[in-house]
Design a protein around this ligand. Structure first.
Ligand SMILES: *[C@@H]1O[C@H](CO)[C@@H](O)[C@H](O)[C@H]1NC(C)=O
Ligand SMILES: *[C@@H]1O[C@H](CO)[C@@H](O)[C@H](O)[C@H]1NC(C)=O
Ligand SMILES: *[C@@H]1O[C@H](CO)[C@@H](O)[C@H](O)[C@H]1NC(C)=O
Ligand SMILES: *[C@@H]1O[C@H](CO)[C@@H](O)[C@H](O)[C@H]1NC(C)=O
Ligand SMILES: *[C@@H]1O[C@H](CO)[C@@H](O)[C@H](O)[C@H]1NC(C)=O
Length: 632
């Protein structure tokens, strides 16, 4: 991978980067240690206000939790999440009750609770079999260490494309694991805090050796935390960071997909109109690159718009045929072509129009088109060719850069492709980056329109043609410590190529280093020493006809060419692949991103879709648990 140099140049070691949740836990360790130090002091313990002081500390710890920007936990319906989710809820409900009690004790002028109430609260946390927090905690631990739910997510990556829950949420497996880690660990922190504070209360009210039990609670917890962090890091290392949109159940042009129109289109032309002399002395195959010179004797040529551009790759199929011209509103020339022997190109829409002449008439106009003999020895054949005619063709890609406002500390949170006035554009959503990798919900920026006539081809936009119609399929990902702040297409030779802007940032403070930005892409070409490989389409039909979800069938460092659909299947009337225009934004709000990609979803016999990918940030280095320092 060409990007490897970058990793060497910008080796970035996240020094004080730690996930917020791991920071909160460290904070709790510190508080806990302090409190035990006080409690071990007989004088403090028996001062009469030790319980209220503890309550105050607990409330301020809760404020500490709320100081961190924590994203809402993901809403999942997968079966493996049911059990852990139940335990998380249970702990949270207990915590709310516990906190409420503690808060009440700290309110000025409130009559203090009786010892019995304090003890009953502690008992409900520690020993009541119905509510005991420790049971919920060990169940949560089990879901990660024994049921291995993160491992299940990694295994489900293979099915991601098949309208999986992750795909519907628009989240990468890596991001989901990180978010569930945060959800579970936050619940565990709350559970552990309740347990320790309960032991502390018992220490005040009940002479004896609660310290031993508190010790045992602690060592259990610490052990579990270390194992959980390790299991999470392992799963994060195996988990894909990419996300993309899956095929929708209903394809809708202009909403879920769009098309390049009339780049190379099947076109019937008589030999006689493809040479200046109006002769028929050659064969169709001689017209490899040709053009139209006129319309001989108002034959079929007068009944169809002529190809004003280049005519390519003509072949002779059969002499006589019926041509069903498409509705003038359609981007097709022909619905179908049926030759004398019965061979049919395209789909005859029999289902729709059977025994219904009116329907048939509305739908298509049929022409009888026959080749003829001239002077008895020259056959003036109708050829099946391709027409590359830029007029009335949607074949443009904007080359404008689309960037987030890094001076306002904004990063890219989502991307999509949009067709406006025949031109495909990138559109991004952007949002503010906060501390610890938290990103507020994104909003889509307006698109800078391109005017084909007034702006410059090759600079402002790219025009596809039969000689320049390739698009590179790449994954471009920034190294750790850099975040996605822009995208554009650039021209790499004659290929459209993805270029991303990345900006250095500080994970802890969330500040972008706005003079530390660069554009990044895969510079490899198909003519280099280790050339890009070509992704070929095999007799591509329209991808919208596929009932099943199409998997990604491209790899990094490939390219493909836009081409015409299959002759038999579609009379070569459409341009494939189609373009997926579904917006891509993790959780439909956005998360920290480190890269983007252009890929192809498809299968044998399908034109497939060119589609975008995003890469979420690599959190593995930030998931770290440490041992608490022992109470003295
Ligand atoms: C895709 O998902 C559907 C429904 O969830 C399932 O019936 C089908 O077998 C899956 N296909 C593959 C290839 O996994
Ligand atoms: C201290 O705890 C241990 C184990 O829980 C118990 O066996 C012992 O009786 C306790 N000692 C006192 C003085 O409560
Ligand atoms: C609790 O643990 C600390 C540190 O390991 C130790 O010094 C102390 O003696 C333990 N207390 C009891 C009662 O086990
Ligand atoms: C025309 O045919 C040649 C040879 O088969 C092929 O290489 C080329 O890609 C074709 N051109 C188009 C525009 O399909
Ligand atoms: C970026 O700008 C800051 C202040 O504006 C400056 O201190 C720093 O040296 C600059 N960094 C680079 C790489 O130019």
């Amino acid at each position: 991978m060409r990007l490897s140099w970058l990793f060497a140049v910008f080796t970035f070691v996240p020094t004080n980067g730690l996930s917020p949740i791991d920071k909160i836990r460290n904070k709790l360790y510190t508080i806990e240690r302090q409190q035990w130090d006080y409690l071990n002091d007989q004088q403090w313990r028996t001062s009469g206000s030790a319980d209220i002081d503890l309550a105050k500390v607990f409330v301020s710890f809760d404020d500490e939790i709320h100081r961190w920007p924590l994203a809402a936990p993901p809403v999942l319906s997968s079966s493996w999440w049911k059990k852990p989710q139940k335990q998380v809820r249970h702990i949270q409900e207990m915590y709310a009750t516990f906190l409420e009690f503690m808060r009440q004790q700290t309110e000025p002028g409130v009559k203090p609770a009786r010892v019995r109430e304090w003890l009953s609260l502690a008992a409900s946390v520690l020993s009541d079999p119905k509510t005991a927090v420790s049971r919920a905690m060990s169940q949560l631990q089990k879901s990660i260490l024994i049921d291995k739910i993160f491992h299940i997510i990694v295994q489900e990556q293979r099915k991601y494309y098949n309208r999986s829950e992750l795909c519907e949420l628009q989240v990468s497996p890596h991001q989901l694991i990180y978010d569930l880690y945060n959800t579970i660990v936050l619940a565990e922190i709350k559970g552990y805090a309740m347990m320790q504070f309960s032991w502390m209360l018992l220490k005040i009210y009940r002479p004896g050796n609660t310290t031993t039990e508190a010790n045992s609670t602690r060592s259990h917890y610490v052990q579990s935390v270390l194992l959980t962090a390790q299991a999470t890091r392992d799963a994060l290392a195996d988990a894909n960071r990419e996300l993309y949109r899956c095929d929708p159940l209903q394809h809708e042009r202009g909403k879920t997909y769009d098309e390049i129109i009339r780049l190379l289109q099947g076109y019937i032309e008589n030999e006689i109109d493809m040479n200046q002399e109006s002769t028929c002395q050659q064969n169709c195959v001689n017209y490899k690159v040709a053009k139209n010179y006129g319309c001989f004797k108002d034959q079929f040529c007068s009944q169809q718009p002529k190809c004003k551009g280049t005519i390519l790759n003509c072949t002779f199929v059969e002499a006589d045929m019926t041509i069903a011209a498409a509705n003038s509103k359609s981007h097709r020339r022909y619905e179908w072509i049926q030759y004398k022997t019965g061979r049919t190109l395209g789909k005859q829409n029999k289902e729709r129009c059977e025994n219904n002449d009116k329907c048939r008439k509305n739908f298509v106009t049929q022409h009888q088109v026959n080749s003829w003999w001239r002077w008895l020895f020259w056959h003036c054949s109708y050829c099946m060719c391709l027409c590359d005619d830029p007029e009335n063709s949607d074949r443009y890609f904007s080359l404008k850069e689309v960037t987030s406002d890094i001076r306002e500390n904004k990063v890219v949170t989502g991307i999509r492709l949009v067709k406006l006035d025949k031109v495909f554009h990138f559109q991004i959503s952007e949002s503010t980056l906060h501390q610890e990798g938290f990103v507020s919900p994104g909003s889509w920026l307006p698109i800078e329109r391109i005017n084909i006539d007034q702006q410059q081809n090759g600079v402002d936009y790219h025009t596809l043609s039969h000689i320049a119609r390739a698009i590179d399929l790449d994954d471009v990902v920034a190294p750790t410590g850099w975040v996605l702040t822009g995208v554009r297409f650039r021209m790499l030779g004659s290929h459209l190529n993805l270029y991303i802007r990345i900006t250095k940032f500080n994970f802890q403070t969330g500040r972008l280093s706005y003079n530390n930005s660069m554009w990044l892409g895969n510079d490899n070409t198909d003519a280099s020493e280790n050339p890009r490989s070509r992704l070929n389409l095999n007799r591509p039909s329209l991808p919208t006809r596929s009932a099943v979800a199409l998997p990604v069938d491209s790899k990094h460092d490939q390219f493909m060419e836009f081409t015409h659909s299959d002759f038999d299947n579609d009379a070569a009337q459409s341009t494939v692949p189609f373009i997926d225009i579904q917006p891509l934004q993790p959780y439909t709000r956005g998360v920290l991103l480190s890269g983007a990609g252009v890929s192809h979803r498809g299968a044998v016999g399908s034109g497939g879709f060119v589609a975008l990918k995003l890469f979420t940030y690599d959190y593995a280095p930030y998931v770290r648990a440490r041992q608490p320092r022992e109470p003295s």
